[in-house]
Design a protein around this ligand. Structure first.
Ligand SMILES: NC(=O)c1ccc[n+]([C@@H]2O[C@H](COP(=O)([O-])OP(=O)(O)OC[C@H]3O[C@@H](n4cnc5c(N)ncnc54)[C@H](OP(=O)(O)O)[C@@H]3O)[C@@H](O)[C@H]2O)c1
Length: 411
């Protein structure tokens, strides 16, 4: 019996099973080798095509990232149009309410006649509904683009699968799932927001070597000593500061990547933080969210200076002044769910919870958090307010400047 398989041993089998000198053997050998070569070529072509698709999808992802600051609450989307191996158009979603990536990419194509023989790559399923702009799937069909390669499906209820269905119904060839995980990862906050009806929650704190988040504020003598040891003129780094300058810069960068920053009542009062982005050019300030359930914070605090949109979640009033809004939450309901519901209503897709211990622990206990980023500095306080403790090992750890940085994911 002739055993035919694609690996190199197939030649060995051929030699074993047939008369090596016969003419029929030689013909057979030629056909078999040609067949193996064709199969291998087909396989190699498929792999090469997959690699090409991945390369263009990677370009889409890089383009998409350029929208990070301005597209929220929309997802980040990039698009590349390829004709016979040549990129003829590209674009990304630049600003919320403005043209989608597919529109910008199609508009950038000079010879529109080439579109009917091109492939469009996009990291997210093209939309199918009339939102702030007309549906992208309609535009693709109008321009008779015959093939669309998609990174991942849009799980947003108004789109989910409908964009793909529309394209397929119009006989467009659709390939789904090229660099799917990377595509999902890029817009994980957007997906999280629509799937869980709450923002993506990132907890962040810094602790000392001996596990404290703050000094002991009741021990006046010890506080005085600490203050004397610190450069009091350095407003940016008060006496209870734990981490290095590098880590501080990183936190400001993280602030540019979220839509809101939140702190607890005691943190707002004790530290008088500004909760703004500093040291990074052209960065947007996120919404400031202050928890002040019993309205005990003085309006002299810097978070109330009106420089940045700020909301105060509290138990007693709804009131709006320039850039400052008091929003009443229900005392009878679970606090974390109430906070997250309010942020969902405000279309906030990501929030960085910057402390203190009570607020962080309340989020940890509720299990309504997605990521935690924890710095451990080289300082020791020897006594003070204990930092929260997570009952899981970090997913990633690294050194940042002189600090240790742990990342935890709550999957
Ligand atoms: N190292 C760091 O990374 C870092 C970061 C931020 C803050 N901190 C330090 O942390 C200290 C404050 O921490 P903290 O634990 O005392 O206070 P906090 O978390 O900032 O605020 C807690 C306060 O919020 C209100 N609250 C009521 N119920 C709550 C609940 N279930 N969850 C959360 N908050 C609730 C309470 O105010 P009412 O009494 O008015 O009800 C409570 O006293 C500050 O002194 C600051 O220096 C350190």
């Amino acid at each position: 019996m002739f055993i035919f398989n694609e690996d190199q041993n197939s030649h060995y089998y051929l030699h074993r099973q047939l008369d090596l000198g016969s003419f029929s053997y030689k013909i057979f050998l030629c056909i078999a080798i040609a067949s193996i070569k064709m199969k291998n070529r087909k396989k190699n072509n498929t792999f090469a095509a997959m690699d090409i698709d991945k390369n263009y999808m990677n370009m889409c992802l890089q383009l998409a990232k350029q929208g990070i600051k301005d597209v929220s609450p929309n997802p980040m989307v990039g698009c590349v149009i390829v004709h016979k191996g040549e990129i003829i158009g590209q674009g990304y979603h630049q600003k919320y309410g403005e043209a989608h990536a597919e529109v910008n990419a199609i508009n950038s194509v000079k010879a529109k006649s080439l579109l009917s023989n091109s492939t469009l790559y996009v990291n997210l399923e093209p939309c199918s509904h009339f939102g702030k702009t007309p549906p992208c799937s309609n535009l693709i069909i109008e321009h008779k683009i015959p093939k669309v390669v998609i990174g991942c499906i849009d799980t947003y209820s108004e789109v989910s699968g409908n964009g793909i269905k529309k394209l397929k119904d119009a006989r467009v060839e659709v390939i789904i799932g090229v660099l799917e995980r990377k595509s999902q990862e890029l817009n994980k906050r957007f997906f999280n927001y629509h799937a869980k009806k709450r923002p993506y929650v990132i907890l962040k704190w810094a602790k000392t070597q001996d596990g404290f988040i703050d000094v002991d504020r009741t021990d006046i003598e010890y506080l005085e000593k600490l203050k004397q040891e610190t450069d009091l003129k350095n407003e940016e780094k008060p006496y209870n500061w734990i981490t290095s300058n590098e880590s501080k810069k990183l936190v400001h960068h993280w602030r540019t990547e979220v839509q809101a920053i939140m702190v607890g009542t005691n943190t707002a009062f004790n530290d008088d933080p500004q909760l703004t982005v500093r040291g990074i050019n052209e960065a947007n300030n996120p919404l400031r969210v202050i928890l002040d359930l019993n309205l005990r914070l003085p309006d002299t605090l810097r978070v109330f200076n009106g420089s940045v949109p700020t909301i105060v979640l509290n138990y007693s009033k709804n009131e709006k002044r320039h850039n400052l809004e008091f929003i009443q939450i229900n005392k009878e309901k679970d606090l974390v769910s109430e906070i997250l519901n309010q942020l969902f209503e405000l279309k906030v897709q990501s929030v960085l919870i910057e402390g203190g211990t009570k607020l962080l622990e309340t989020f940890i206990e509720s299990n309504l958090w997605d990521e935690a980023r924890v710095f451990t500095g080289i300082k020791e306080f020897s006594k003070g307010l204990k930092a929260p403790i997570l009952k899981q090992s970090p997913n990633t750890s690294l050194m940042f400047g002189e600090d240790h940085l742990d990342f935890f994911f709550n999957d």
